[in-house]
Design a protein around this ligand. Sequence first.
Ligand SMILES: Nc1ncnc2c1ncn2[C@@H]1O[C@H](COP(=O)(O)OP(=O)(O)OP(=O)(O)O)[C@@H](O)[C@H]1O
Ligand SMILES: [Mg+2]
Ligand SMILES: [Zn+2]
Length: 292
Amino acid sequence: MDIFKRIAEHRTESEQLSWTGTFKEYVELLRRDPAPAMTAHARVYEMISSHGVEEVNGHKRYKFFEQEIFGLDRAIEKLVEEYFHSAAKRLDVRKRILLLMGPVSGGKSTLVTMLKRGLEQYSRQERGAVYAIKGCPMHEEALHLVPNELRPEVEKALGVRIEGNLCPSCQMRLRTEYNGEIENVLVERVLISEENRIGIGTFSPSDPKSQDIADLTGSIDFSTITEYGSESDPRAYRFDGELNKANRGVMEFQEMLKCDEKFLWNLLSLTQEGNFKAGRFALISADEPSIY
Ligand SMILES: Nc1ncnc2c1ncn2[C@@H]1O[C@H](COP(=O)(O)OP(=O)(O)OP(=O)(O)O)[C@@H](O)[C@H]1O
Ligand SMILES: [Mg+2]
Ligand SMILES: [Zn+2]
């Protein structure tokens, strides 16, 4: 095997997957196929299903998990059908946190890792493509640009649902860089990648005294705060917490029950309302199944 040839091919492959266009062009793309506008829960479900589903004795078996996990068929069927499938249909179960409980070495971490790797690969396929506002620190869904009053019409025209509000950073850039002209905002295809901190967040609590909420929600950028003069200026804030980065994908929480209470508040609001509070900003929307 020629290693460097493969490396070069891989690079070309990634380049071929890239797409940049205006919001107008993104809407055209959705007109042909609204799939990219699906929620993160739906994307996880579609990813799992895309590997194949078998019916055995009236139960569903998902081939995706068979590569690495054995003997947990019933638990996995419940997880996929009752949680991801229902959540994909926007039923209320998506407002629940997914808590994996089981014996030590029971395959919990293996399962989460599989979901993360699976999403990374799926986002490289056409069916799993994820598009985001270019330059958004949370790589948010570009449909957030549509003003609330127009959403019902746009939803109907495209056959999509629009949930969530534009993040503070994009709100500001829309005004300053795009002069409010939504149609010109640049949109790009993003590839989910834990390494690049796109669509996968992981949090593991340290000891309670040093737990810092900024790890989850981002923090004030002290190097630019004097320049912008205010803590509520989005340019003086780093939207780089795990919850920001996990947007559009999954958020893994390790050992959640060891977490400080103030963290749990954020997580409840994230899961139940689809948003969280950060710095001096209005609630920030996030679309990410949270797995603990
Ligand atoms: N059902 C399973 N099928 C195949 N391998 C498994 C299964 N359960 C566990 N393993 C293997 O056992 C090892 C430990 O599993 P894993 O780390 O996922 O467990 P865990 O539930 O996260 O444990 P802990 O409670 O210690 O965090 C891994 O190497 C994993 O591949
Ligand atoms: Mg584990
Ligand atoms: Zn944004």
